[in-house]
Each structure stands twice: as structure tokens, then as C-alpha cells.
Design a protein around this ligand. Structure first.
Ligand SMILES: [Zn+2]
Length: 291
């Protein structure tokens, strides 16, 4: 018994020593019903640890996007607006998990817009694949083509688990995402709007059945054939074929007919299980997915 106790103490101390102060290497016990957006700071095996999980950079980013989302949802389905249901600790702060994966940056970076399809199975191998959760990963490495990307439930091939959105930071080697998008700043800048755009994709927006749904044409760009966007300029889900830039995001489906607070049978972010408050029988991202 004493040996077991000593071993437990030894391993507990080992874990604590290996972890930087307050750094979480696990997904902490949930304080909600378990349906939440779990945030992770993920490094490749050769990555440089900038401690974004510890120095409030990621928390500030989350704060900015949630503030914008709440502002745009005020007076719609709920008078006080809604918030994105991020996985939080009992003190209200974001539960951010740090994870160092066994893949080199080059293996991820070369995948470009599909890098998230390498990151998702990688974090799943380490146990971050809770079927009730979606994951937002701040990847501390590069990306050949994009600053952020995500998996689109309802648009993805069936074999892919579409539950992850990723920000690549610093991302592109040429035309740095930080320079072009603002980086971690206490404003709703292009980095923040790109992240919200990708998270809304993982939550199911824009559904195929939306009246203004846009599918990129096959024009030989990285986005060929990709759906999930709106053709309305200024909307957070608007995008251009080349994925070079987002217009300044001002709207969250202001017509209320496409993906937020509408009256049709398509997926509705206002009724999602990943926003709060929400409706009595909330929807999952796969709501009315046709394949
Ligand atoms: Zn998009």
C-alpha cells in the first residue's frame, strides 16, 4: 500500500515537474454538459514553444471572437445574444490543452489547406477525439498556403472526422499570416475573424441548403469545389476563391435566412448545441447533412 502511494506521489510530481506552471496537458473535467469547443495549443515535434496557452494570447483571441459573436447575435433569437460554448474551467477561464505531437512541421505545413486533416487524426491519437466536442487548434508552426482552415461537416467525405478548426501561427512563410492578418491583438482583427470563420465551419455553417450558399468553381485554385461559404460580401462566412483575404467581416447572416436564426429546416447556428443559451433540443453540426 505504501509502495503504491509512493508511486502515485512520484508520478504526480513527475507530471507537475514536466508541466510548466498552470499548463494543462489534459482536457480538464467539464463544467458543462460536455458539448463544447475545446481549445488546444499544438506544437510539431520541432516546434518552438511560445507559451500562447500560458501568456493569455489564445485566451485574448477567444475573448475577441466571442465578444463579436455576442454583439452580432444580440436581439435575435435571444435578447441578450448568444455566446460560443468554449470549454471553460470552473473559474471561467478557457480550458486550453497543450500538446506536442510526433510530427515534424514540414509534414503538416506541406498539406496547405488540408493540414487540419493531418492535425485532427494526430490529436485523436493522443485521445483528443471526444465525440461530443469540436476542437479549435492553435498550431504553433507553418503552413505552405493558408493562415487557418477547418473541416466542414456535411461537406466532407464520410471517412473524415470533421470536428477540428486550426489557426496556423505564424503560418505562411511568405506573406506571413501575422503581418497580413494582425496576429494576436486585443481587437477583432483579421486573425480573429479568420478563426471565427473556421470555427463556424466546424459548427456546420454554411449548410448546403442555404439560399446564398456558395461553392467555389474549379478554377485551379486551392479552394476548388469547396462549399460552406456565403456569396454575401461582408459576411463572416464570405470568402473568395483564392482564399487570399477576407473582406472586413461585419455580418453574421444579417438576412437570417442562411445559417443563423432562420425558419427553414437547414442547420442553424442559433440552435446549435455549441452556443449558449440555446434551444431545448439543440442541433449538432451534422444536422440535416445529406451524406
Ligand atoms: Zn471558409
Amino acid at each position: 500500500m505504501r509502495l503504491v502511494l509512493s508511486l502515485i506521489i512520484f508520478f504526480s510530481i513527475t507530471v507537475l515537474v514536466n508541466a510548466k506552471e498552470y499548463r494543462n496537458l489534459v482536457d480538464l473535467p467539464d463544467i458543462d454538459d460536455g458539448y463544447n469547443i475545446h481549445v488546444m495549443y499544438v506544437l510539431p515535434s520541432d516546434g518552438i514553444d511560445k507559451e500562447y496557452d500560458l501568456n493569455s494570447k489564445i485566451s485574448m483571441l477567444i475573448y475577441q471572437i466571442d465578444k463579436w459573436f455576442n454583439k452580432k447575435t444580440k436581439g435575435r433569437l435571444f435578447k441578450e445574444g448568444q455566446n460560443l460554448k468554449f470549454d471553460r474551467k470552473s473559474d471561467g477561464r478557457i480550458d486550453i490543452t497543450f500538446l506536442n505531437i510526433d510530427l515534424k512541421d514540414e509534414v503538416i505545413s506541406r498539406e496547405g489547406i488540408n493540414a487540419v486533416n493531418v492535425i485532427q487524426p494526430a490529436i485523436a491519437r493522443y485521445g483528443f477525439n471526444d465525440p461530443n466536442k469540436v476542437y479549435f487548434v492553435v498550431y504553433g508552426g507553418s503552413n505552405r498556403d493558408v493562415c487557418a482552415s477547418s473541416q466542414l461537416p456535411g461537406h466532407q467525405q464520410k471517412k473524415i472526422t470533421a470536428n477540428t478548426a486550426a489557426l496556423y501561427y505564424p503560418g505562411k512563410r511568405t506573406g506571413s499570416c501575422i503581418e497580413n492578418n494582425g496576429g494576436f491583438k486585443p481587437t477583432f482583427n483579421n486573425t480573429a475573424s479568420s478563426v471565427l470563420h473556421e470555427i463556424l465551419h466546424v459548427l456546420g455553417a454554411v449548410p448546403k441548403c442555404a439560399p446564398d450558399h456558395l461553392i467555389f468553381k474549379n478554377e485551379g485554385t486551392i479552394n476548388d469545389g469547396i462549399g460552406g461559404h456565403l456569396s454575401i460580401e461582408g459576411d463572416i462566412m464570405y470568402s473568395v476563391q483564392s482564399n487570399v483575404t477576407f473582406a472586413n467581416a461585419e455580418h453574421l447572416d444579417f438576412k437570417s435566412i442562411n445559417y443563423y436564426n432562420h425558419n427553414n429546416d437547414c442547420l442553424d447556428i442559433a440552435k446549435s448545441v455549441y452556443v449558449t443559451p440555446t434551444v431545448e433540443n439543440p442541433q449538432l453540426p451534422t444536422f440535416s447533412a445529406t451524406e
